[in-house]
Design a binder for this molecule. Structure first.
Ligand SMILES: [Zn+2]
Length: 385
């Protein structure tokens, strides 16, 4: 029977030597290499990863890609499981970190240390500090990451997340908040673990996420977490970008402030001009009220009284009075209106100090006002009708 059409369903992971071994292997696709790996070794389904612990057959045939096979009839939950690759890769990364740390003088490390209701992946103990390294391959929300960081932080000085996938919410959030985030890679072929950093940088128009990194030997563990030239370079790039961003925002705020100031200055200017215009029209009004028509020095009202009413009524009435008086004056000066008819009207108007009187006159021209007067008091040389 050929399973060639479902190669992804073949199990290609095992641990070497014993069911609880912590040496994971991936079956190489190349048959020659696979035979070299097989040698005299025995392979097991890992109990540490939740498997059955059964010995596996390393199948290297002519048709199928090399793979591991459980005993016929096994009901192990790891057979063809989707999480198999994740679990074995996670174990490989943990072990790679452990053996790296154990080469550092003065450092030791323990895996899966329980702290409260959580378990750290790799707890590194240095000369005077502890650092928790969390290898994250599966989905993790930003909130969960924060909660777990807080729990591990009760013991470790620093909790450092190493993300094996970019498709993790906690990774994306960390990258957006801080501008950088640590990554971890594992290569089965070379059995090499690499740590790197994703960081934001500028291209011409947009934020670009770049990655740099290298083998574990490029890194050191310090009281402030993992450190390397890669991380320093990334942090510098992020700081440069964020400083430029801050500068741009400050410039924008400054531009907006200047625009707002200019707008206010224009408004003040308009208000000033309006006040000046009002003052000028008021001065013209007072001039018209004061000026006595020629030849009528003794008969034109010597002053026009202050009007009574609310300030807005008075202002309105004053402008109506100014116009009416100016027209009456002009008609007398030009002699369109005979003195005998006009002067009594002027003297009558001069005793009208109620604003409402003038407001009631607002649609009247000189003739209408004269007629109103004559209707009440009669016209010169004739008795009242
Ligand atoms: Zn199994």
């Amino acid at each position: 029977m050929s399973n060639e059409s479902f190669p992804e369903r073949r199990d290609i992971y095992a641990v070497l030597g014993a069911p609880d071994s912590r040496v994971p292997v991936q079956a190489p696709e190349d048959r020659k290499e696979a035979r070299r790996m097989k040698g005299g070794n025995s392979f097991y389904c890992s109990t540490a990863l939740g498997g059955c612990g059964g010995e596996l057959t390393f199948a290297i045939g002519d048709v199928n890609v090399p793979h591991f096979r459980h005993q016929a009839g096994s009901r192990c939950s790891l057979i063809s499981s989707k999480s198999q690759a994740d679990r074995y890769t996670h174990l490989a990364m943990q072990e790679a970190l452990r053996s790296w740390i154990e080469t550092m003088p003065g450092f030791s490390c323990r895996l899966e240390v329980s702290i409260e209701n959580g378990r750290t992946d790799v707890l590194v103990t240095g000369p005077s500090f502890e650092v928790a390294l969390e290898v994250q391959r599966s989905a993790l929300s930003a909130r969960n990451a924060l909660e777990r960081t807080a729990v591990y932080g009760q013991r470790a000085n620093v909790v450092q997340w190493l993300y094996a996938s970019k498709d993790i919410e906690a990774y994306k959030t960390e990258l957006a908040d801080r501008g950088w985030s640590l990554r971890i890679w594992w290569g089965w072929a070379k059995k090499e673990c690499r740590i790197g950093v994703s960081y934001e940088t500028d291209n011409e128009t947009d934020v670009e996420i770049k990655e740099i990194g290298g083998p574990l030997g490029d890194w050191e563990v310090t009281a402030r977490g993992l450190a390397s030239a890669h991380l320093r370079k990334a942090k510098e790039a992020v700081e440069r970008r964020r400083a430029a961003e801050r500068e741009r925002q400050q410039q924008e705020a400054e531009d907006a402030r200047l625009r707002e100031e200019a707008k206010k200055a224009r408004e003040v200017e308009v208000r000033k001009r309006r006040i000046e215009e009002q003052k000028a029209s008021r001065a013209a009004l007072l001039e018209a009220l004061k000026h006595t028509p020629e030849g009528l020095e003794n008969r034109w009202p010597s002053s026009w009284p202050q009007l009574r009413g609310s300030p807005s009524q008075v202002a309105w009435a004053e402008s109506i009075r100014a116009r009416a008086v100016a027209l009456l004056r002009e008609e007398l000066v030009e002699e369109w209106l005979p003195e005998a008819r006009g002067v009594p009207v002027a003297l009558w108007l001069a005793i009208q100090s109620s604003a409402s009187f003038w407001i009631n006159c607002r649609f009247k021209d000189t003739l209408a006002i004269v007629q109103t007067y004559e209707h009440q008091f009669g016209s010169p040389g004739q008795s009242r009708r």
